[in-house]
Design a binder for this molecule. Structure first.
Ligand SMILES: O=P(O)(O)OC[C@H]1O[C@H](OP(=O)(O)OP(=O)(O)O)[C@H](O)[C@@H]1O
Ligand code: HPA
Length: 180
């Protein structure tokens, strides 16, 4: 599996450090509050479990499962809601935890959905931001790393459902997806 990786962008140690520093920022922002922290499945699974443990604040956690890539390196353009949260977020402070913001379509869908439900505030924490991929105008409040315009995998991020279990984030060799 490691042979499919062109280069490592962020090691496990760099990711751990980013989680610590984001956790400190988030703790300050939510001091005295009890946000609902929503992890976006499946990509954000590992980041979510690391980030919530780095935050010193009362919180509720929940998960939402959305999908738009379907085995490709380009967004299908349509965000499908596969599984909703169980928490009533009306009047609540919501923190969305994402692995990556690329076109921004997934995040826009989530921001609109949670705003329609009457969230008191909505903030976004993403490990990776790929500004060159943006198709819709959305922004993250807490960002780990800005990544170049390349398809990245590992630490939850997949290509065709593979590579999520890599402990680091790397760039996939183009021949892996070119031959599909
Ligand atoms: O900014 P965007 O272009 O919308 O891309 C970002 C989204 O794409 C990926 O999810 P995907 O749809 O691949 O589902 P997954 O998390 O289950 O892999 C990723 O986990 C983000 O949620
Ligand atoms: O670069 C990426 N890698 C994996 N999943 C993604 N979803 C959006 N962009 C990416």
């Amino acid at each position: 599996m490691n042979n499919d990786i062109l280069k490592v962008l962020y090691s496990k140690e760099e990711i751990d450090n980013a989680c610590k520093s984001l956790g400190n920022e988030i703790s300050k922002t939510y001091a005295g509050k009890t946000p609902v922290v929503v992890g976006v499945l499946k990509g954000a699974i590992f980041f979510m479990t690391d980030i919530v443990r780095a935050v010193d604040s009362y919180m509720q956690i929940d998960f939402i499962d959305v999908s738009s890539y379907h085995g490709a390196t380009e967004s299908s353009g349509t965000v499908e809601l596969l599984q909703d949260i169980n928490t009533n977020i009306t009047g609540r402070d919501v923190l969305i935890v994402e692995d990556i913001v690329d076109t921004g379509r997934t995040l826009k869908f989530l921001l609109d959905t949670f705003a329609d439900r009457g969230a008191k505030s909505i903030k976004v924490c993403t490990l990776l931001d790929k500004p060159a991929g943006r198709k819709v105008d959305v922004k993250s409040d807490f960002t780990g790393f800005k990544v170049p315009n390349e398809f990245v995998v590992g630490y939850g991020l997949d290509y065709d459902e593979k590579y999520r279990n890599l402990p680091y984030i790397g760039v996939l060799k183009p021949e892996i997806y070119a031959n599909k």
